[in-house]
Design a protein around this ligand. Sequence first.
Ligand code: DGT
Ligand code: CA
Ligand code: CA
Ligand code: ZN
Length: 576
Amino acid sequence: MPRLNDEVKALLQEYADLISITGGDAFRARAYEKAARAVGGHPEDVARLDVKALQGIPGVGKSTAEKIGEYLRTGRIEALEQQRAKIPSGVREVMGIPTVGPKKAMALYRDLGIGSVDELAEAARAGRLGEVAGFGERSAERILQGIELRRQAGGRTGIDVATALAEEIVAALSAVPGCIRCAYAGSLRRMRETVGDIDVLATAEDSAPLMAAFTALPYVAEVVVSGPTKTSVRTAEGLQVDLRVVPPEDWGAALVYFTGSKAHNIRLRRMAVEAGLKLSEYGLFRAGPGGDKLVSASEEEVYAALGLPWIAPPLREDTGEIEAGLRGELPRLVTERDLRGDLHTHTDLTDGLASLEEMLAAAAARGYAYYAVTDHAPDLVMQRMTDEKMLAQRALVRELDGRYRRMRVLHGTELNIGPDGDVDWPGEFLAGFDVCVASIHSHFGLDRAAQTRRLVRACENPHVQVIGHPTTRLIGRRAPIDVDLDEVFRACARTGTAMEINGAPRRLDLRDEHVRRARSLGVRFAIDSDAHSTRELANPRYGIGTAQRGGLTPEDVINTWTWQRLKRFLRKNPPH
Ligand code: DGT
Ligand code: CA
Ligand code: CA
Ligand code: ZN
């Protein structure tokens, strides 16, 4: 489901950027920006809406609706093309570098003639950026960091985009006559936060119909290689998808092989050799020339032949899962079905797109037993929160709570952790909330000691039960803060404060390796959506992937607990 909404969102956002970069009306630019977000978060697929219905999306006016309609009809937006033509494409790339943005990119182009990312890096290193208005002493350092982040992200695709596309491809191929089994493998099955490409595996007696159907899929822009066992294609966005078709009896061995990781496979192959076997993508064989093929129709059989229980794909990174499997100590991983609620969500009282009522209805439909509304607190000034607004929302929450028989509605907030570790409101006001998530939204550049002190103090606040998106990283866009996480994890364990695994796919924060470390120090977790729209209530599926990669069980995750048990945790009475 590469939703057209996301495509349209990106185009409208680009249009807004180009308007501001070319010195256009700031008000117009903001209007398109708002429309972009609204389309992205709209629950209905815009492909099914006409120009009139499009105007029903909040924030989408007539001219935006017409542009979307034009795109749906013709595949392009003339006004956008005209804007694009005004600016060298390199400047648009410069805009995309973290901490630069449209205005600064234009100033760099105007004042220093910087028209590419390479030129930007050169100027930053040569200390020439200070000549341009708006660039402070540390700008150059941050820009170089941003360029490095971009390089590391190097063509990798976010898990949400990849999952949507992979699910659609698997559904389409499964429907082809002769297809016996089909699934995606590779890093996507292992739930890595980004993927280099998508690997799809299928079984059939005859591969030809599958390969033909694959290359004929609507999102295929280019066929890279095509053969009877493997075909690779690329989408218009440049994402590669590999399809391998194997005989039905090889499914297990092939699925293990193409799920990886490479490191995990190497360990398995070594174990096979030690057992007098040979493991490859073609199956499990007895060693020696012409060795018989053993049955390998399922993954379970392959693992069993090596003396192992089946290992869940998110654990297959050779980070101890083989040893744990041999000892019979693999964790019972937390799954999406274990989640009983969500403790971090927003409404249109601050920067969410949907009303409280809409968010609650969507949450109830997910079958949650409890759900916390946690709109932003006043120190995030642009959200314009006031005590009155918050208390009015609380009254509404209390009223709506009675309306959902199976779901408790909690009133919470997302506090801002200030540079010293203070939060927005005094204790007596905080005591009125059912749950407080506290997050860092400013002062990302403090040094390690200061960041550590700041987060530890937030943990020590008796009213803060969850630390939101603890490292503040944005994948490929913003580096994590510099902090002694071990110190913070110890404070969490000591004070009974949960660390969030923020499920927003651009965040996934904490990340897998930090989750693993935190667990070993006795930390509990909350897997949250941080939803700003009803659609984003589905984000926890990605947070679950991160949690599984970190080896978490339901016991480790407070929002799998019953309300009775969670309620005790939220009271946070530290033992003396
Ligand atoms: P990615 O695509 O970079 O996010 O990561 P993967 O893990 O999906 O890697 P990919 O697409 O290159 O290959 C898919 C799987 O195929 C990989 O996880 C393990 C297996 N594989 C690929 N190349 C090798 C190899 O040289 N040796 C072994 N043992 N396995 C390999
Ligand atoms: Ca891959
Ligand atoms: Ca691949
Ligand atoms: Zn936040």
